[in-house]
Design a binder for this molecule. Structure first.
Ligand SMILES: [Zn+2]
Length: 162
């Protein structure tokens, strides 16, 4: 048996601005990139993948990776806040920062805390309650203890009043 494996797979990416419009006008985004906002967003690429997940930033070249399932089915506010979060990672990548520093746990990693801060600040501006923000932060792969720690770091009440 002689199999052949072609090893010239190319990533299929799309311009960020084909899918995400007017983000250059969002104050929270301008706070991240300043006067480079238009330029960064114009050059940003998005790769969609077919696994049930959320989104992230490639530590190879700083492009966005988004679960097609999430984009098409997720809560729009959650998606919007995730974009703010990921754009902070894009900025960090452009600054040469290590995005996945495993010397820290996920909820304590400075790059994550910075990204969560920006998303939560925007959530508050939109008028979301602490309860709704907590719901946003909660993911199936985060333990209750980690969620509590993250909420504390971000000054979000992690318990309901009795
Ligand atoms: Zn992150």
């Amino acid at each position: 048996m002689k199999v052949k494996i072609r090893r010239n797979a190319k990533l299929t990416t799309h311009p960020f601005t084909d899918y995400f419009k007017n983000f250059e006008k969002v104050e929270a985004v301008r706070r991240i990139f300043g006067e480079k906002t238009e330029e960064v967003l114009r050059n940003l690429r998005v790769e969609f993948f077919g696994r049930k997940s959320y989104m992230g930033v490639s530590d190879d070249d700083g492009h966005l990776l988004i679960s097609a399932y999430y984009l098409n089915n997720g809560d729009l506010i959650d998606i919007y806040l995730d974009i703010i979060h990921e754009l902070v990672h894009v900025k960090q990548f452009l600054e040469g920062k290590k995005l996945f520093d495993h010397n820290y746990s996920y909820v304590e990693r400075p790059t994550e805390v910075e990204a969560y801060c920006a998303a939560v600040e925007e959530a508050r501006r939109l008028g979301l309650s602490d309860e709704r923000i907590l719901e946003y932060l909660k993911t199936e792969w985060m333990s209750d203890a980690d969620l509590k720690r993250l909420a504390e770091t971000l000054n979000i009440k992690s318990h309901k009043s009795e």
